[in-house]
Design a binder for this molecule. Structure first.
Ligand SMILES: [Zn+2]
Length: 293
């Protein structure tokens, strides 16, 4: 009887033993990767970090250009950063580094997407998941609302719905930012969220505060995310814009000024004019990085 029970339980025992061994190996690997990560992070108060600026990703060649790259180009960018030992970080990681809350690897890169086009979800998001990369994405809230309601889908022009933004944010690989509710125009009567000529600063701040608050609220209601950063539409801002953004509680702002960020712990002001490298179609990402390094 005892022998029968023993034989019956033998496969279970083997399974338990194997599971144990796998767990120990996994633990060992984790410890090793933590050590590697820590070695990478090292103690430093300064980090040079490139932030890449993307807009649309589409394989429709007719629209590829300064603001639209192919999915292969985006995939090659990710592969380039992985092969060159970059770690993908979010804007919130950069905020935490500068505020002294959390260290990040010395060789880090942040990938950012402006406007929130549907093609980001269609082409970029699957690649983000495939390579376990990370992106920070700032949608124009009005267009997310519009396309959530009208159901139109186009890789040429439509924007991500709330459901798509929420799905991406919930993955932990995509962080959402504010790109205005509906001030993404530059036509003389509007200047992005920039101050208009002869506009009183109090009136200006009140006007922009209302728009940015509307974006914060609707993004939060639909995705559960409170955006920590803003991407200035068209990169337009002045001292008053920076003051307002700080007053509203944002922790960082992305500009369209080219350059690598030299970030120093404690330099909170530097977070409100983070530089970015635009990545146009028909360029090699290594050339862009090397040009600015
Ligand atoms: Zn934009």
């Amino acid at each position: 009887m005892f022998k029968t029970i023993k034989l019956q339980f033998l496969p279970i025992l083997i399974c338990l033993l194997m599971t144990g061994l796998i767990c120990i190996s996994a633990l060992h690997l984790n410890i090793n990767s933590d050590i590697a990560a820590n070695a990478d992070i090292a103690n430093t108060d300064c980090i040079d970090i490139p932030i890449i600026m993307y807009h649309a990703v589409s394989d429709a060649q007719s629209i590829q250009g300064d603001y639209v790259i192919s999915s292969a180009e985006f995939e090659n960018d990710i592969i380039y950063f992985k092969q060159n030992n970059y770690s993908f970080v979010l804007i919130s990681d950069i905020i935490n580094f500068v505020k002294g809350n959390k260290d990040i690897p010395k060789k880090s890169v942040a990938l950012t997407f402006d406007d929130g086009y549907y093609n980001n979800y269609l082409y970029a998001y699957p690649l983000i998941k495939k390579y376990n990369a990370k992106i920070s994405l700032a949608p124009i809230a009005y267009f997310s609302e519009l396309y959530s309601n009208n159901g139109e889908i186009s890789e040429y022009y439509s924007h991500c719905t709330w459901q798509q933004l929420k799905e991406m944010a919930d993955s932990g690989l995509v962080e959402l930012g504010n790109h205005s509710y509906n001030l993404h125009t530059c036509d003389g009567t509007h200047n992005g969220i920039g101050q208009l000529a002869n506009e009183d600063t109090y009136v200006y701040k009140d006007r922009i505060r209302k728009d940015l608050t509307a974006a914060q609220n609707i993004i939060s209601e639909n995705t559960g995310v409170t955006c920590q950063f803003i991407a200035y539409p068209f990169g337009i801002y002045n001292k008053s814009t920076q003051e307002l953004v700080k007053e509203m509680g944002f922790s960082a702002a992305l500009t369209c000024t080219g350059g690598i960020n030299h970030l120093q712990k404690g330099n909170i002001d530097s977070l409100f004019e983070l530089k970015r490298l635009i990545r146009p179609h028909n360029c090699e990402i290594n050339n862009i990085i090397e040009k600015w390094s």
